[in-house]
Design a protein around this ligand. Sequence first.
Ligand SMILES: CCCCCCCC/C=C\CCCCCCCC(=O)N[C@@H](COP(=O)(O)O)[C@H](O)/C=C/CCCCCCCCCCCCC
Length: 215
Amino acid sequence: MADSENQKFCLQEVLDSFKLCLSPEKEIYIEHYVSGWRGLVKLLNSLGSLFGFISKDAVSKTQILMNFLKSENGPHYATVQSMVKFELDNELVDVDKKGIYPQSGCRTLLRLHRALRWLQLFLERLRTSKEDDKTSVMCRDAYNESLAQHHPWLIRKSAGMAFYSLPVRPAFFEVMNAGTPEQVVDVLGKAVPLLCEVYQITEELYQKHNLLDLP
Ligand SMILES: CCCCCCCC/C=C\CCCCCCCC(=O)N[C@@H](COP(=O)(O)O)[C@H](O)/C=C/CCCCCCCCCCCCC
C-alpha cells in the first residue's frame, strides 16, 4: 500500500480533488479524479480489515489509470474525454464485448464511475440522516441501488458483511475528520452536487459512445 493511503483521511481534501478535476469546459482531469479516490481509500483503510478487498480493488484501478498517465501516451490520458477519444480512435476498447482489453482506461474508469454513483447516494443519505440512523443501512441501500447490480453474488455478500461493521453515525462522522456534525453536514452539502456533476458528465460521455456496458 502506498504511504499516501495510510495517511489520515480529510474530507475537505477529497472535495478539493473532485473540484479540481472539473475544468471550466467541463472536462474531467484524470489525475485529480484519481486523487479524489485515493483520498477516499484512506478512510476505507481506517475502517478495518473487512474493507481490505474493496480498498485493494480501488487502489488497483487508480494505479492502472496512473500508469496510463505516466506512460508515453500520458497526454492522451489527461482528461476522461481525451482518453475516450484516444482509446476509441486506436481500437483499444472492448466495444464489441470480446474482453481483449481487460485493463483499458475506459473500462477501468467505468468501474470507478459506477462506484461514484454509490458514493453520491451514500453521502446524500448521510447528509440527510438523523443521529441514530444506521450507516450500515445507508451504505447497503446506496449499494443495492447502484453498484450491486454490477457485482456477482460473492462480492455482494462480502460487501454486505463489511457494511455491518461500519461505525455508528457519530463515530463515522469523527472518522470523516471534518469538524462538528453540523460542519460535516455542511461539507457534504457541497460534496454531493459536485460528485453529481462529475458523475453526470462521465455518464453522458460514456452513453454517447456506447461505453456503459464495457466487460
Ligand atoms: C466522504 C467520506 C465517506 C465515504 C467514504 C467512502 C470510502 C470509499 C472508498 C472507496 C470506495 C471503493 C470503491 C470501490 C470500487 C469498486 C469498483 C468495482 O466495482 N470493482 C468490481 C469490478 O471490477 P472488475 O472485476 O470488473 O475489474 C470488483 O469486482 C469489486 C471488488 C471489490 C468490491 C467492491 C464493493 C464496493 C462497495 C462500495 C464501497 C463500500 C465502502 C464503504 C465505506 C463507507
